[in-house]
Design a protein around this ligand. Sequence first.
Ligand code: ASP
Length: 553
Amino acid sequence: MFIHLRDRTGLVQLSFGPEWTEPAAAELAASLSPEDVIQVTGRVVLRPESAVNPDMETGQLEVQVSGIKLLSSADPLPILVAVPPEEELPSEELRLLHRVLDLRRPAMLRNFELRHRVTQATRSALSDLGFLEVETPFLTRRTPEGARDYLVPSRRHHGEFYALPQSPQLYKQLLMTAGFDRYFQIVRCLRDEDLRSDRQPEFTQIDVEMAFVGEEDIYAVCENMLQRVYREALSEEIATPFFRMGWTEAMESYGTDKPDLRISWKLADFTEILTGIGFGIFDSALDAGGRIRGFVVPGGASLSRARLDGFNELAQSAGARGVLWIKRTADGWSGPVAKVLNGSAGETLVEQFGLVEGDLVLLVAGPDRETSTPLDALRRAAAGEMDAIDNSSSWLWVTDFPLFEADLQTGRPTPSHHPFTMPRDASPERIREEPLAIRSRAYDLVLNGAELASGSIRCHDSEMQRAILETLGMSPEEIESRFGFLLEAFRYGVPPHGGFALGLDRLVAMMVGAESIREVIAFPKTTAARGLMEGTPSAVDAAELAELGLKTL
Ligand code: ASP
């Protein structure tokens, strides 16, 4: 009889035989169930040549068990633990409900071993660069990062609330003002937002702030840290400095502020070539102040009608009216636009874009705010179909974001990063007069089309800071009551400073090749923000509420 015994380091084979096993031990062993917890006594021996298992890490040896003790017995299991191939995993709901069993799978353990190495490497990299790890409060005032706050009612002060931090943003700026010079924290951030598929209400970021720096200093620290992390956690070298691109170019050439540069295709403006040639949709897009943008898919004429219909649905779900396609085939043009391309427009297309037989052009017409997202989605989907995604990693700093963007519903300025970002070439007057024209000193770090980190040089000028907060619609009284402590600190001498925060969950997920950050968070919530295993959130009784001065409606 054999048993595979598992611990954190892996599996080992136990073997039982009349020559070395006590009869009572053999009897107990025969009655064991999967996941029982046992203690064994025996001899570690080499297996006979014929019994060596090359597929098992410990396959050349086994433990000849003399005695065995049952430390804890396991009930029949609601989900399988025994190292199933991934496709046989139970549903994610069951995995989250029985998370303890799910975490016993070696694949999960490996994720957390890597996560541990990442945080260790982060700590040593930043410590070696002179950063201090400082903790900041969890019961705090509201810090705007663009989401809703989780509020904690105060028992001592009825009607007043703490907010859980959306990030330590203001505290880290205050630490710079306090002269700490270089701070970091591996910190939980809490944001009450409608969870898109891969967000969590609480997530962890590597939060960094430095005084007396410009963008280049910050990029260098972040790159150095990531280099150490990849080297120490994965034994991989990543090349630095990372590529940089201004926000305007990113939006124009890729339709997104987080371009996936593993795909070489760029967006282009086809407006001039395709308007005024008798195609109504294009002309009316131009009349409405829009453009015709699109890109060439080399070899894409081979894509079937069904695939192109799929692209159309994708573009529509991303907010476009639809996608128009042109194929360059052996018999000339094909597609809904073909009939107007036989003249000089077709020739110009071929010349300007070097189109050859077999190419496809995908086009979306309309104002940029409606076409950028669909074009980015189409570019990524088409590249996936055509196998045109390079398998290297593409690291990119996107720089010079606008300071504000117009809220889609109200048109009012909202911060593109957060309100504590330093404007580029601006004065308080200009911020008040033409907020939407101002650029900022904010940057994002993008890996393979995913935003991994973001940060900025901060506004350390009280007057400029006031102008920004006023532009966001806050009255002087509100500014005083919410941010008075920051502006007050700035009155006593403040070093110029800046920093960034990098999403640790996303980084580790990408390093282990997981689809979801839930694979690298021990006890994550569902997309409905519930903890299935422990049952959160949960009701509290009226007496507890009364103590907090609360009543539910
Ligand atoms: N506080 C920002 C965030 O959490 C990062 C930063 O600006 O440093 O996204």
